[in-house]
Design a protein around this ligand. Structure first.
Ligand code: CA
Length: 216
C-alpha cells in the first residue's frame, strides 16, 4: 500500500512518514499544497493523509480539485476540533478526519478503514481458500498456522487480496508497493511473488502472461 502525506510541519511530517513506513507502507511526502496536489493527481495512491492548513493551496482546495478526477481515499488532519471544519471536510469529499494532536494508532486505524472501504470490504479479515489475512494485525495464516512474511511480501499479499478477481499489472504493483525513493530493481517483484508462493501455496497468486498477476 502506498500513502501520500501532505503536511507542512517538518517534525510531524517526518514522524508520520517514519511511523507509516514502519507499518509497512510505501510513503511519499509533500510539504506544501502545490506539490501535494501534483503528487495526488499524478499517482494512484491507496490513501492520502492531508493537512488542512498548508503553504500554497490549502487542503480543502486540493481535495476539491482532486475529486474532479480521482476517488483516492483522503484522511484529513484538522487542526481544530470544530464541527464546521469536519462538516466541510466530509462535504468536500474527505473520507474521514483526525483532529490534531492525534494518536498514531488512531491514524493507522482510520487509514486501514478508508482503504478497506475503498475496496468495498467491511471487516479486517480476508479469507481466500486456506489463506486468512488480518489487515489490522497485519498477519497471515496458511492452513490455520501463522506465516512469516516480510513487510514487502505482506503488502503484496494485502494489495492483491483487496483486488481479488482482478488482474493486477506489474506497473500497478510497482506503483502501490514502492515509493518514489525506492530504487528496487525490477526483477525483485518476481522474487517477492515467488517467496509468497512458497509460503502460501504455488496457486495462491496466478500469473497471467503478458497481463500481470491475479488471485482468483
Ligand atoms: Ca499545517
Amino acid at each position: 500500500m502506498r500513502i501520500l502525506i501532505v503536511e507542512d510541519e517538518p517534525d510531524l511530517l517526518a514522524s508520520l512518514a517514519q511511523a507509516l513506513r514502519e507499518e509497512g507502507y510505501a510513503v511519499d511526502t509533500a510539504d506544501n499544497g502545490d506539490d501535494g496536489l501534483f503528487n495526488a493527481e499524478g499517482t494512484d495512491y491507496d490513501a492520502i493523509v492531508l493537512d488542512v492548513m498548508l503553504p500554497g493551496i490549502d487542503g480543502w482546495e486540493i481535495l476539491k480539485r482532486l475529486r474532479k478526477t480521482k476517488k483516492t481515499p483522503v484522511l484529513m488532519l484538522t487542526a481544530r476540533d470544530q464541527t464546521r471544519d469536519r462538516v466541510k471536510g466530509l462535504d468536500t469529499g474527505a473520507d474521514d478526519y483526525v483532529v490534531k494532536p492525534f494518536d498514531l494508532e488512531e491514524v493507522f486505524a482510520r487509514l486501514r478503514a478508508v482503504i478497506r472501504r475503498s475496496a468495498n470490504k467491511t471487516t479486517n479479515l480476508i479469507e481466500i481458500g486456506d489463506v486468512q489475512i488480518d489487515t489490522a494485525a497485519r498477519n497471515v495464516l496458511f492452513k490455520e498456522k501463522p506465516v512469516e512474511l516480510t513487510a514487502r511480501e505482506y503488502s503484496l499479499v494485502e494489495f492483491m487480496a483487496l483486488h481479488r478477481g482482478e488482474v493486477v499489472t506489474r506497473t500497478q504493483l510497482y506503483e502501490h508497493l514502492f515509493d518514489e525513493n525506492d530504487t528496487t530493481m525490477s526483477n525483485l517483484l518476481d522474487v517477492h511473488v515467488s517467496n509468497v508462493r512458497k509460503k502460501l501455496g504455488a496457486e495462491f497468486i496466478v500469473t497471467r502472461r503478458g497481463h500481470g498477476y491475479c488471485i482468483e
